[in-house]
Design a protein around this ligand. Structure first.
Ligand SMILES: CC(C)(COP(=O)(O)OP(=O)(O)OC[C@H]1O[C@@H](n2cnc3c(N)ncnc32)[C@H](O)[C@@H]1OP(=O)(O)O)[C@@H](O)C(=O)NCCC(=O)NCCS
Length: 153
């Protein structure tokens, strides 16, 4: 049985790890912006993100104290948009499912996620966590996760 997964807030000390994961080829393929991110802009982005928790939240997922993935929430007008990446050496073991099924319970507001149509693993993870397909546009699936109060109706 897998050890429990813990989500903690990201910090500047995670910058190099997050950049490594962001520039991993599979992560780039799954992203809107597939360009390699440069270290200077990454540090500036992370610093600004950590200073604006009302607009963006970042977590590091750990199992047995080892960082195995990251999740992000970006504030939109009426929802939070979630995105996630599993460390390349921790993929294929259900880590994304553990991260996401935990994270959705942190929110009372509606959630959404954008997933490219060919990202089968992420589609499965999102649907298993309770996300429902809303629309599709230009090869991107828009998933929504109704918040607890709207689910009660
Ligand atoms: C996509 C990603 C998050 C998946 O995380 P993971 O924890 O490694 O996911 P798993 O390998 O455990 O796969 C999740 C599910 O998809 C299934 N799956 C994986 N690859 C598959 C494929 N090619 N075809 C069909 N099913 C597949 C797994 O069997 C598993 O199904 P299950 O829950 O029924 O057992 C991870 O690979 C990743 O970080 N990729 C790069 C970044 C990325 O794509 N982020 C998401 C952007 S939306």
């Amino acid at each position: 049985m897998t050890a429990p997964l813990n989500l903690r807030s990201a910090e500047m000390a995670d910058a190099n790890l997050l950049l490594l994961w962001r520039n991993d080829l599979e992560t780039r393929k799954a992203s809107h912006n597939m360009e390699e991110v440069l270290i200077e802009s990454h540090f500036a982005w992370l610093d600004a993100s950590l200073k604006s928790p009302q607009k963006r939240c970042l977590w590091i997922a750990e199992i047995d104290g080892k960082a195995v993935g990251t999740c992000r929430a970006d504030k939109l007008d009426n929802a939070w948009e979630l995105s996630w990446t599993v460390a390349p050496d921790a993929r294929g073991k259900g880590v994304a499912h553990q991260m996401l099924s935990k994270l959705v319970h942190y929110f009372n507001e509606p959630l959404m996620a954008q997933i490219k149509v060919d990202n089968i693993a992420s589609i499965k993870v999102a649907e298993r966590a309770g996300f429902v397909l809303d629309t599709q546009e230009h090869g991107v699936l828009f998933y929504v996760y109704p918040n607890a109060s709207s689910m009660a109706h």
